[in-house]
Write a protein that binds this ligand. Structure first.
Ligand code: G6P
Ligand code: MN
Length: 445
């Protein structure tokens, strides 16, 4: 089984490889091909993987290349985890939005739109090549903004592209934990778009236990989302939102905290990662150890400004690891070995949420087997959530339109229609600001 990882020089690749190292069953991945546009980053990550594989006799063989077509040919699975414009681009996305007083974040609001506008054309090019060179491959998309990018790729790959994210899994795990259930025995009723979804119920042995959680302020104060949103607001909603909804429900505080921060998240990660890649280039430096220290620091500081604005304190130790690599592995196992699994994934709606058309990619529990991921029927979202989902999907559609046609007008419309951008004039200035700094947006005319 050949797995190609696009963005193979990326910092989180050792997590995926670590998950593969724990899989010894028949039908497991035996070959990993790393592809990246940057040979230096590939060398760095290959070193970390080699150290991680030490002592594992059936470790998947790793090769690296900067030739995309060579990487794709004959792949059974393609993981896409690219970052167009790098972390410098992410820092620019944040800075330009925050200077206008609106949210600059990797996937939400103006920053997410800028990132999407840069990424979609590249993702579409990849999808076309996969369709030509590896037509039977399954594409697992981690590339953010994951829902939007998955939808862009699905126009060329249909249901063979599946988007993943660890935030709903982490949320479901935390809610199950505080209710005293094992995550594996809980059915999490979650739906929305990527980074814009809600847990509306959690069934254990057929019984919905969420009302018990919502009624108990002590339980609500004992996990990340409870502290982030506060017991009163969660009770008002009657649901537990994905942590990224903090940017919507507490937008003013989040923007304020991000503007006050010494460095934005993107700028922090840009500097942190530069140190890591420079360090690993020195053969005397133990690569795996440096990687792990860097990873721990990244995990501990995740959404720090939001937690500070909410007075939510530090992250729990059990939230600091074990995320998307397990979703990725579970998804591959289910498809490759027809091991049925239920996973929250980004797939085409096909009538599940009546407010959206069938091709809209949504985030929803799916039954996965050798034929792919099949969304399960869920209750409709309440009005306010449907409103947000439809508004953000409309923005995504403008981004897809701008990327296809090169229309600057569509790009302005994408920003202007976003619920977190408060003026058409701001939207116009954002497009001016972003096109001035991002070479990847030169296509907008
Ligand atoms: C969460 C999100 C991902 C995001 C990751 C890392 O897991 O679901 O989409 O890539 O956090 O965030 P960071 O700010 O560390 O890059
Ligand atoms: Mn995510």
């Amino acid at each position: 089984m050949k797995l190609t990882i696009l963005g193979g020089g990326g910092f989180r690749v050792p997590l995926v490889y670590g998950a593969l190292l724990g899989d010894h069953a028949d039908g497991r991945v035996t070959r990993v091909v790393l592809h990246d546009v940057d040979a230096g980053r590939l060398r760095a990550i290959a070193r970390v993987l080699a150290e991680r594989a030490a002592g594992v006799p059936d470790a998947p063989e790793v090769t690296a290349t900067t030739d995309l077509e060579e990487a794709l040919r004959g792949a059974d699975f393609v993981f896409s985890a690219i970052r167009v414009g790098g972390l410098e681009g992410r820092a620019d996305d944040e800075r330009i939005a925050l200077a206008e007083g609106v949210l600059g974040q990797e996937t939400v609001g103006a920053g997410g739109i800028a990132f999407g506008l840069r990424t979609v054309p590249v993702a579409v090019d990849i999808a076309r090549r996969v369709a030509r060179l590896a037509p039977d491959a399954w594409v697992i998309n981690f590339t953010n903004p994951a829902g939007l990018v998955t939808e862009a790729m699905s126009r060329h790959l249909g249901d063979r592209v599946i988007g993943i994210c660890d935030s709903p899994v982490g949320l479901g795990r935390r809610v199950a934990r505080v209710l005293g259930a094992r995550p594996a025995e809980a059915w999490v009723d979650y739906v929305g778009l990527n980074h814009l979804g809600w847990v509306r119920g959690l069934r254990i042995a057929g019984r919905d236990e969420l009302p018990r959680l919502l009624a108990d302020p002590v339980l609500l104060g004992s996990f990340e989302e409870g502290r982030l949103f506060g017991a009163d607001w969660l009770r008002s909603l009657g649901a537990i939102p994905n942590e990224y909804l903090h940017y919507y429900y507490f937008n003013r505080e989040a923007v304020h905290a991000y503007r006050e921060a010494g460095r934005t998240r993107g700028a922090f990660l840009r500097d942190q990662q530069a140190g890591f890649y420079a360090g690993v280039a020195d053969p005397a430096v133990p690569a795996l150890e440096l990687w792990d220290r860097t990873r721990a620091e990244r995990e501990a500081t995740y959404m720090a400004e939001n937690r500070e604005a909410a007075g939510a304190g530090e992250r729990e130790a059990e939230d600091l690891s074990g995320g998307y690599e397990n979703v990725a592995l579970a998804l591959m196992r289910a498809i490759a070995r027809d091991e049925r699994a239920t996973l929250i994934l980004n797939v085409r709606n096909r009538g599940t949420l009546a407010a959206l058309d069938g091709d809209a990619v949504i985030e929803i529990p799916c039954l996965v087997d050798a034929h792919g991921a099949h969304p399960v029927a869920v209750d409709p979202l309440p009005g306010h959530a449907t409103g947000l989902v439809c508004a953000v999907k409309a923005v995504e559609r403008e981004v897809l339109d701008a990327a296809r046609s090169g229309s600057r007008t569509a790009a302005v419309k994408a920003f202007a229609l976003h619920p977190l951008v408060d003026s058409v004039n701001v939207a116009r200035r954002l497009v001016d600001g972003y096109t001035a700094v991002h070479p990847g947006l030169a296509y907008l005319r």
